[in-house]
Design a protein around this ligand. Structure first.
Ligand code: HAM
Length: 440
């Protein structure tokens, strides 16, 4: 009996995506809007290697990333390496390496692909792309003002309506003082409680209380304080005993400046914002979609004061955010913000009717390309109907027919696929007609 041939699967590795041209066009469009926005604030693009030493993450990325989500292995030279799960450690390493030479404030952005060994699900994959925007060298809350302004400008440039997202802000100083002073927890307990507060919205009240009680010395009193803390707003947070007043003042100043810049309704103080990374030291924030179908955060970020200190004696405070493509795509689709014409190419296809004129077809294509018009040519003759079908399927806007008779008259037949009109035009008019329709 003949053995059945075993084919390799065409599906990509679990939790990753193939970007076929349609998806790639979407990704490019999405990041081009973001790139333009951050460049308009003076941010410059950087990149780094996808592979880093394991130690880079061990220091400050936090337990969840290091123990559960890192893709790490030993290379052929016996080095323990990891695929980047986030960009911030690479960025800190790069900035630290050149810190004396770089003009401050440093404003940088990057769009890396990142890998985390996660259980794939809605809004969560093992590989995602993440816009990172970071600012170094400004200690006051004005850096936060700028970073949140950029986060908001990105959404505005996608024409996101004001009510479609919420920017939730807190401060590690507020959280730490609550855990250490108000609740008087020892450091390991404080850490465990903060992890549980982070998890709280994803589990039931009963499960939360069951898990937190063993960490508390006086559960009744401390739980009441925890609920009180979670219920505070920017006016009342300062009334809670033990809360660091300078952190509260920092956030109040930030909110006041942002309000005067028109960012008020979409901004909310939320003490339950924790952020999983250990490196955050100051203001922390997340941006959420208000669509209940897309509950994961769109952006996450905050201030990290001591990260450069891992590499040298220099002190340089940084603040920034990461914005992932998976949840952002869900956001754009959920709110109907993807342009309808994204999939249609605005360019030209020249069918080939006759082998003999192949060089003439290429010459015409070259003439148009030199004028900035994108042209695809058919390389083998086929029936006209089939070539028109191909042009339609590929989303072309114009077809140019070139035959012996057109050549002798120095003309072409130009067909507009959108309007269906076809006309004979001279070669000299062709370029201006196409430029006008395609390049505006
Ligand atoms: P993060 O909160 O881990 O922060 O990630 C930022 C954003 O990336 C999230 O809000 C989410 O949109 C997206 N994201 C994260 N993990 C995944 C995943 N597995 N699948 C899909 N999307 C994901 C950071 O990574 C910080 N390093 C950001 C930062 C920059 N902080 C300061 N500067």
């Amino acid at each position: 009996m003949e053995k059945q041939k075993a084919f390799l699967p065409t599906a990509p590795y679990k939790g990753t995506r193939d970007f076929y041209p349609d998806e790639m066009r979407f990704r490019n469009w999405m990041f081009s809007v973001m790139r333009k926005t951050v460049q308009s604030f003076g941010y410059e693009e950087y990149d780094g290697p996808i592979l880093e030493s394991f130690e880079l993450y061990l220091a400050k990325s936090g337990e969840e990333i290091v123990q559960r989500q890192l893709y790490d292995f030993t290379d052929k030279g016996d080095r323990h390496v990891a695929i980047r799960p986030e960009m911030t450690p690479t960025l800190a390493r790069m900035v630290a390496g050149e810190v004396r030479n770089l003009a401050k404030p440093i404003r940088w952005f990057s769009i890396p692909n990142l890998w985390r060994y996660e259980q794939p699900g809605k809004g969560r994959l093992r590989e995602h792309w993440q816009l990172n925007v970071d600012l170094f060298g400004v200690n006051s809350y004005r850096a936060e003002v700028e970073i949140i302004l950029i986060a908001n400008a990105i959404l505005e440039n996608f024409k996101a309506p004001k009510g479609s997202y919420q920017i939730k802000v807190s401060h590690r100083g507020i959280l730490d003082s609550f855990l250490n002073q108000t609740l008087a927890l020892a450091p390991e307990k404080a850490h465990a409680v903060s992890k549980l507060l982070d998890k709280k919205s994803k589990i039931s009240k009963e499960a939360f209380e069951e898990e937190i009680k063993p960490l508390l010395s006086n559960p009744e009193k401390q739980l009441t304080l925890i609920y009180k803390y979670l219920d505070t707003n920017l006016q009342t947070i300062g009334d809670l005993e033990g809360i660091d007043p300078s952190s509260v003042e920092f956030i109040r100043n930030l909110f006041s400046d942002l309000a005067s810049l028109g960012i008020k309704d979409q901004l909310e103080f939320d003490p339950s914002i924790i952020r999983g990374f250990d490196y955050y030291t100051g203001c922390i924030f997340e941006v959420f979609d208000t669509n209940p179908e897309n509950r994961r955060s769109l952006y996450g970020g905050g201030r990290y004061d001591n990260l450069i200190g891992l590499f040298s004696n220099e002190q340089l405070s940084g603040i920034g955010f990461g914005l992932g493509d998976v949840t952002f795509k869900n956001f754009l689709e959920g709110h109907g913000l993807v342009p309808k014409d994204l999939n249609s190419k605005t360019a030209v296809l020249i069918p080939l009717m006759d082998d003999k004129i192949f060089p003439e077809v290429l010459k015409l294509a070259e003439e148009l390309r030199k004028e900035g018009i994108g042209v695809e040519t058919m390389l083998e003759p086929a029936k006209l109907g089939k070539q028109i079908q191909t042009a339609e399927k590929k989303g072309y806007r114009f077809l140019i027919f070139l035959g012996e008779s057109e050549l002798s008259e120095n003309k072409v037949q130009l067909k507009d696929i959108v309007s269906g009109e076809q006309s004979s035009v001279s070669r000299s008019d062709l370029i201006s007609i196409l430029r006008k329709s395609l390049l505006g």
